[in-house]
Design a protein around this ligand. Structure first.
Ligand SMILES: O=C(O)CCC(=O)C(=O)O
Length: 280
C-alpha cells in the first residue's frame, strides 16, 4: 500500500515510500468498485458492455481514425511530440457515432462518478487514444493538473473504456495506484515513479480519480494497436476541454437525452445560464 503522500523535505519525490502497488481486480459489483475507487484512486468494472456493443464501439472507433487519416484530420497522440506518428488521437467522439454518446452517459459510469464527485457534472471531453507499434509514452501527469493546488479532493475523473485488451506490451495506461493521496500533480522528479500497467480485457471500464498519476505505456508490439476511449468529467466550474457549443453536431444536441444535455451544459444550474435561466 502507499503511505499517505507528502513531498520529502529535500524536495525529492516521496514515492520511495511505495512498498506495494496493486491494481484492484475487475469487478461487476458497483459497490466494490466505489470502494476500490476510494482506496486505489481507480476501479475496474467488467460486464458493462455486451459483445455487440463492444464490437460496434471498436468498429466505429477504428473507422473514425481511418476517416481522419483519409481527410487529413488525423492528429498525433503525444501532443508535445508531433513526430510521434505511431499513436493517434480521435477527438470529439460524440460526433462519431451514437455508441459513444451511450458510453458517455452510461449509468454505471455516472453512478460511480456521482459517488465520487457529486452532481451536477459536466463532460469535459470524450476522445480516443490508439497506441500503435513503436508508440511512445506520455509524460506522467494527473488529469486535474490544471486545477488549483494543493488539492483537497477530486475535481474530475476519467472514465476509460477499453476497446481492445489493455496489455503491458500494447501500451496499457501505466498508473500509480494510490497516488490520489498525494493531492498534487507529479513534477519532474516523479517521472520515474514506479507504475503498474492497467491490464484488463476489452470492454472493461476503468474510473480513475483526476488526481491519479499515470501515463500511456510504450507499445512494444510488432503489430497490435490499443484503442482506449477517455471520457473526462469535471465539476461544472471549469471550462470544458472540448468546446461543445462550437463543435457538436446539432443532431447530437437535438436528440440528446436530458442527462446528456446536462452533461454538455445545455441544461444548467447556477452557472451557464441564459438570461438567468437554464437554456433548455
Ligand atoms: O492513452 C493513455 O493510456 C493515457 C492517456 C492520457 O493520460 C491522456 O490523454 O491524458
Amino acid at each position: 500500500m502507499l503511505r499517505r503522500g507528502h513531498l520529502a523535505t529535500d524536495g525529492t519525490s516521496d514515492l520511495t515510500t511505495v512498498t506495494h502497488m496493486t491494481l484492484p481486480a475487475v469487478t461487476n459489483d458497483l459497490e466494490r468498485a466505489a470502494h476500490d475507487l476510494a482506496e486505489h484512486g481507480l476501479c475496474l468494472v467488467g460486464g458493462v458492455l455486451g459483445a455487440d456493443e463492444l464490437a460496434e464501439v471498436r468498429r466505429r472507433l477504428y473507422a473514425a481514425a481511418d476517416d481522419d487519416l483519409a481527410s487529413g484530420a488525423r492528429q498525433p497522440f503525444v501532443m508535445d511530440d508531433p513526430a510521434d506518428r505511431s499513436n493517434v488521437r480521435v477527438w470529439n467522439l460524440l460526433n462519431r457515432g451514437w455508441c459513444f454518446v451511450r458510453l458517455a452517459e452510461h449509468p454505471a459510469a455516472l453512478h460511480l462518478l456521482r459517488g465520487l464527485l457529486g452532481w451536477p457534472l459536466q463532460l469535459s471531453n470524450i476522445s480516443a487514444n490508439i497506441t500503435g507499434p513503436g508508440g511512445g509514452r506520455m509524460v506522467m501527469h494527473a488529469d486535474q493538473l490544471y486545477m488549483p493546488q494543493p488539492w483537497s479532493g477530486p475535481q474530475g475523473a476519467n472514465v476509460v473504456w477499453m476497446a481492445d485488451d489493455f496489455t503491458a506490451e500494447n501500451g496499457a495506461t501505466r498508473v500509480v495506484p494510490g497516488s490520489h493521496r498525494h493531492q498534487r500533480t507529479p513534477g519532474p522528479v516523479d517521472q520515474t515513479a514506479p507504475t503498474v500497467p492497467l491490464e484488463a480485457p476489452a470492454g472493461t471500464m476503468c474510473v480513475m480519480d483526476g488526481r491519479v498519476w499515470h501515463h500511456t505505456g510504450d507499445n512494444v508490439t510488432a503489430s497490435s494497436t490499443r484503442g482506449g476511449i477517455f471520457a473526462w468529467y469535471t465539476i461544472p466550474i471549469y471550462r470544458t476541454q472540448e468546446n461543445w457549443f462550437l463543435s457538436l453536431d446539432p443532431l447530437v444536441v437535438q436528440q440528446a437525452s436530458d442527462t446528456m444535455l446536462e452533461l454538455l451544459g445545455y441544461r444548467a444550474q447556477g452557472l451557464g445560464l441564459v438570461n438567468g435561466r437554464s437554456p433548455r
